[in-house]
Design a protein around this ligand. Structure first.
Ligand code: ATP
Length: 293
């Protein structure tokens, strides 16, 4: 019999996760799965449960929680030889990966997706010794987005990131960055460097509309050192969805990146604080298979 594990974070979103378990179990049992449900209690439980399920050759893992639970789950499978298919039921405030994959943000509808026989292989990015699915930000803005409080997220949703980001950009300095991407290099002063894997970042779908979940590349955007007044038009370019055409923005795609600076600079990896520079990134193309409609 096929084996499925449901990884549930009871504290995610509006603490409603437990209400959905029965509906998921029913669908999976209908698809001839033997189902095991694991409730997370703390950070990294989802990673541990997921890597155990990979080792026991489960066929399916369902993540029931917010982006934090999903990232922890994915981190538990990326390095495994046997990687089960992944079902995503988004219960968080932003749910970027679900948005990028067009999975419904209504938990009930997303659960129905588990009936589907379709799946999509998606790219994963490595960032030093961890993995990301959406975005890496480097520069002062990276610190600001780490500081978005749970209250701000609940009140403003994705907008909280944009507000904090814009506030920080207005009062920040550019930093010296050295970026090696594949066999090319860029050196100069930059306000912000972004590397994206998908078109949904912070719940906002216009930052990198060209990034596809399975295109096998990182999309790099270097926001160059410009007078503060120019930053306003860069924000306008973001809102119009054409950041890459802005003359003060350098856009490239690459499979591998190495970013360093002569200054101590922080990073933000899928909304969480990452290692300070220097850092290495690389795409693992179409590495995880997600159930979609
Ligand atoms: N039982 C638990 N109680 C409290 N925290 C937990 C528990 N289980 C896991 N966690 C931690 O909670 C973190 C946040 O969870 P998650 O992102 O799924 O929900 P969320 O915060 O509601 O979503 P979002 O970040 O989209 O708002 C996880 O990264 C995990 O480390």
């Amino acid at each position: 019999m096929k084996k499925a594990m449901i990884i549930v974070n009871p504290s995610s979103g509006k603490e409603e996760a437990l209400n959905y378990i029965e509906q998921i179990v029913k669908i999976l049992e209908g698809k001839q799965y033997k189902v095991r449900t694991m409730l997370t209690e703390k950070e990294l439980d989802a990673t541990k449960y997921c890597s155990d399920a990979c080792e026991a050759e489960y066929e399916l893992i369902v993540s029931l929680g917010g982006d934090g639970t999903l990232h922890e789950t994915i981190n538990g499978m990326v390095d495994q030889n046997h990687r089960p298919k992944l079902g995503i039921i988004p219960l968080g405030t932003v749910n970027d990966f679900a948005r990028a994959l067009n999975i419904s943000l209504s938990p009930k509808e997303a659960i129905d997706t588990l009936k589907s026989d379709h799946s999509k292989k998606v790219d994963i990015g490595s960032f030093d010794d961890r993995y990301f699915v959406n975005i890496v930000a480097i520069g002062a803005i990276a610190e600001a987005t780490s500081e978005v409080s749970p209250e701000q997220k609940t009140k403003f949703g994705p907008l909280a990131y944009l507000m904090e980001g814009a506030k920080t950009l207005a009062g920040t300095n550019a930093y010296p960055l050295h970026i090696k991407y594949d066999d090319k290099e860029w050196s100069g002063n930059s306000f912000l460097f972004l590397a994206t894997l998908t078109n949904s970042t912070g719940g906002f779908e216009k930052l990198s509309p060209e990034a596809k979940v399975n295109d096998g590349v990182l999309h790099g955007y270097i926001i160059k050192d410009v007078p503060t007044i120019r930053l306003i038009s860069i924000v306008t370019s973001v809102l119009r969805g054409n950041l890459k055409e802005d003359k003060d923005v350098e856009h490239f795609t690459a499979k591998k990146l190495y970013v360093s600076s002569s200054q101590k600079l922080h990073t933000n990896v899928d909304g969480e604080e990452g290692n300070p520079l220097p850092v290495s990134m690389e795409v693992k193309p179409q590495h995880i298979e997600v159930i979609v409609d």
